[in-house]
Unconditional design. Structure first.
Length: 96
């Protein structure tokens, strides 16, 4: 299963309705599960980004969930593909 680390920022629409954010997050969790994506953790943050989300699943599941999330207009996201230390060790073991 792939790990995805998503940096989230509220749009103007999202921050205007910020009090609804916890309910929107719960709705996202339910939708993500339906497409086969597991939300491992979510953190509201201070600084450059408003939230960080960590999820696991296939690229197809993440793409479906991410497109749906973006289409709602409350957040903009930037996603990183994460690798565990063990996965990284496998990559470097294959280096010539």
């Amino acid at each position: 299963m792939a790990t995805f680390i998503t940096l989230v920022n509220f749009t103007d629409q999202g921050i205007k309705n910020v009090k609804e954010s916890p309910e929107r997050l719960n709705a996202f969790r339910g939708m993500a599960e339906k497409v086969g994506l597991t939300v491992k953790s979510v953190h509201y943050t201070l600084g450059q980004h408003d939230m960080v989300l960590i999820a696991e699943g296939s690229e197809e599941a993440f793409m479906a969930a991410g497109l749906k999330l973006g289409s709602l207009g409350n957040v903009r996201t930037q996603t990183l593909r994460g690798f565990s230390a063990d996965e990284f060790k496998k990559f470097i073991s294959k280096m010539p």
